[in-house]
Design a binder for this molecule. Structure first.
Ligand SMILES: [Fe+2]
Length: 254
């Protein structure tokens, strides 16, 4: 399996702070069937700055380490970029790292409390540059939980989304799980990833999430997510189904 969002690099962000912990994470990933993983450190989120060149170097070093340790996990470079108004200046300055440095897909994080008013504009401008933003874990975002339609509008505009495996399993509470399910039902989700930070509370629950999706939505939906991750790894266009707006329930009735 392929995990497109994970914090596994040592001494980089709020992921593991020691190489031994990284090794444990890599072993845990392998034990759950993950063979390829995108290391996506936080960048420009107010706490961590991890520009492109730093991540590229760290991934090379980490892959060497994994090879020497005989751990059959391939790590690909990526970045979890916090949205900000000057994003295109950051791009020009070479700080932004797209997935696998292919300038096709970019993990985009929104601030947890709100959806900035300029989000649609940034998505539009990125798409014009042929970079498709993947909005990470919108189901965990208060702004989207309160106003589902904002999410529909962004997906309709051309943004992709990634659900966190733990959300599907209920690790982040009922509201988050509910929005994750609705997103799958309404064709508003395109990828599942672990967003793992360690081997315990924020570990590798991708396989478990796929099993839950299969039980709830059928095996074809699981194939859809797995295939999208493969297409992304190859830098190809991913499959999208027509997004459907999530209707608000009024007095429990749709
Ligand atoms: Fe993350």
């Amino acid at each position: 399996m392929i995990d497109i969002h994970c914090h596994i690099l040592p001494y980089t962000d709020d992921g593991p702070c020691h190489l031994i912990k990284c090794k444990e994470m890599a072993q845990a990933a392998i034990s759950t069937g993950i063979t390829h993983i995108f290391a996506t450190p936080h960048h420009h989120n107010g706490l961590f700055e991890n520009p492109k060149a730093d991540i590229l170097n760290r991934v090379i070093e980490f892959n060497k380490y994994l090879h020497q340790a005989n751990i059959p996990l391939t790590v690909h470079p990526g970045q979890e970029l916090r949205i900000h108004r000057e994003i295109f200046i950051s791009l020009e300055m070479g700080e932004v790292l797209t997935l696998d440095n292919k300038d096709k897909y970019l993990l985009l994080e929104l601030p947890s409390g709100e959806v900035p008013t300029y989000t649609q504009e940034i998505v539009y401008e990125l798409l014009l540059k042929e970079i498709t933003p993947i909005i990470v874990h919108p189901e965990r975002h208060r702004g989207f939980i309160e106003e589902n339609n904002l999410l529909f509008e962004l997906v309709q505009e051309g943004a992709l989304t990634q659900l966190t495996s733990g959300s599907i399993l209920g690790h982040f509470g009922k509201k988050v799980k509910s929005l994750a399910d609705k997103m799958i039902e309404h064709n508003l989700a395109h990828f599942i990833a672990t967003d793992a930070h360690n081997t315990n509370s924020r570990g590798f629950s991708l396989q478990e999430a796929y099993e839950t999706i299969t039980n709830k939505f059928g095996i074809n939906r699981t194939f859809y997510f797995k295939e999208n991750a493969e297409l992304l790894l190859c830098g190809q266009y991913i499959y999208k189904e027509e997004p459907v707006p999530i209707r608000k329930r009024i007095l429990g009735i749709l």
